[in-house]
Design a protein around this ligand. Structure first.
Ligand SMILES: *Cc1c(COP(=O)(O)O)cnc(C)c1O
Length: 414
């Protein structure tokens, strides 16, 4: 390496407006919080910040759960920690799958040695509570694992009532709320959720790299029953359950680390924790209900905008998440070339798709820091130009116009 080698140059990423299904641009205040100086792992200021993070995320998840903390790693670290710690090998997990992330839950549950039962929906649809109850009756699982918002299809699975069904049948209820939390209603306690995990890079407005998690008392008991003598538990409270097959994701040890015992586990990712704290602080300062309303408004404006351009929207729009829309690629348009033109000519990233939707739809997000009017209007204006250049039949000015109408109506309604 010499001085002209790119690897020795200061990092200077291009300016991008990230309007895909995540990651999105982080709020500048989150970046600023993450530039704060480090402190030691057991410095009273650090353990104080850890306690504050627990309190703040109780507000975000809408829960009284004492066990509300962070798993270090991206969102799937939270998923792995939940499944490896809550499910013992041989126990049955029921997974209603309505998109790609349902299959991720399935893969992880198989890896932790669970017996996995799956129900599947066509992409673009969600399950009814009755369908889920019927599957619980048929399969008698130990745990139900259900995604709330699946960005692969943009669907928002209703969770209300599912917790009661689970409680009635003695089933633990885990949900992956990564894509939805902060931009769509989420009520951990009111909905009877035993375990929920999330990530920062969607509606929470931060970078990926930390996974907030909350556990009900029942979930904590389940985890505690798997604390093992080998872990050097001093208080003699080791449980009878199978030892958790992961050190890093052993929630019983992580709980002892975040709890008053402060038993050493990993070194908490200090810089991430500063960012995570700022994400929640900003959301709670805005108010969770206001944040959800903001996501609804800008999501509606984007939806109206793409429809105003004359484009079709994929899936059951009544169950769409507020923060992402799947737009059908018009006939004759090369989807990847158009995305590329959005990026190189306008600096705007929109998303491609997976599985059965690959090459058929783009996914456009309006979430976190980018759930903003200027971001929506810029994206629609650029998309119109790109589609026009690609020879698509679109309504001139229809995108920005339809979105502006949504914003006007919002002003009048206030
Ligand atoms: C985006 C998303 C994830 C992302 O997981 P990472 O490990 O952060 O990449 C997980 N689950 C759902 C439902 C998502 O939408």
């Amino acid at each position: 390496m010499n001085d002209s080698s790119p690897a020795t140059a200061q990092i200077n990423p291009p300016q991008r407006l990230l309007m895909g299904p995540g990651p999105v641009n982080a709020d500048p205040r989150v970046h600023r919080a993450m530039s704060a100086q480090l402190v030691g792992q057991y410095d009273p200021s650090m353990t104080g910040y850890m306690n504050e993070v627990m309190e703040l995320y109780r507000g975000v998840f809408k829960t009284q759960n004492e066990a509300t903390l962070l798993i270090d790693g991206t969102s799937r670290a939270g998923i792995e920690a939940a499944l490896v710690s809550l499910v013992e090998p041989g126990q049955k997990v029921l997974i209603p799958v309505f998109g790609r992330f349902g299959y991720l839950l399935k893969e992880i549950a198989v890896r932790v040695g669970a017996e996995v039962a799956v129900r599947e929906k066509d992409w673009g649809q969600v399950f009814t509570a009755e369908e889920i109850e019927q599957a619980i009756i048929e399969e008698k699982p130990t745990l139900l694992a259900l995604v709330q918002g699946d960005t692969s299809t943009t669907m928002n699975q209703p969770l209300e009532g599912i917790g009661e069904i689970c409680a009635e049948h003695g089933v633990l209820f885990y949900t992956d709320a990564t894509a939805s939390l902060g931009g769509n209603e989420f009520l951990a306690d009111a909905w009877g959720i035993d375990a929920a995990t999330a990530g920062l890079q969607k509606c929470l407005g931060g970078p990926s790299g930390s996974s907030p998690i909350t556990l009900s008392e029942k979930a904590v008991e389940t985890v505690r029953a798997r604390r093992h003598v080998e872990e050097g538990i001093a208080d003699g409270t080791a449980g009878q359950g199978t030892r958790i097959a992961s050190n890093y994701f052993d929630l019983s040890m992580i709980l002892d680390y975040w709890g008053p015992q402060r038993l050493n586990h990993h070194t908490e990712a200090t810089t991430m924790l500063y960012g995570v704290r700022e994400c929640a602080r900003l959301l709670l300062q805005e108010g969770m209900d206001s944040a959800i309303k903001r996501h609804r408004l800008h999501g509606e404006a984007m939806l109206a905008g793409v429809q105003g351009l004359g484009l079709q929207v994929f899936g059951d729009v009544a169950h769409k998440m507020n923060n992402v829309v799947a737009v059908e690629i018009p006939a004759g348009v090369d989807g990847d070339a158009a995305r590329n033109a959005m990026l190189t000519d306008y600096g705007i990233e929109i998303g491609t798709s997976f599985g059965p939707l690959h090459g058929k739809v783009w996914r456009i997000g309006t979430m976190g820091y980018n759930a903003r009017k200027d971001a929506v209007l810029l994206t629609l204006a650029a998309l119109e130009q790109v589609l026009r250049s690609a020879g698509a039949q679109i309504t001139a000015g229809g995108g920005v116009g339809a979105a502006q109408e949504i914003y006007q109506n919002e002003v009048t309604a206030r």
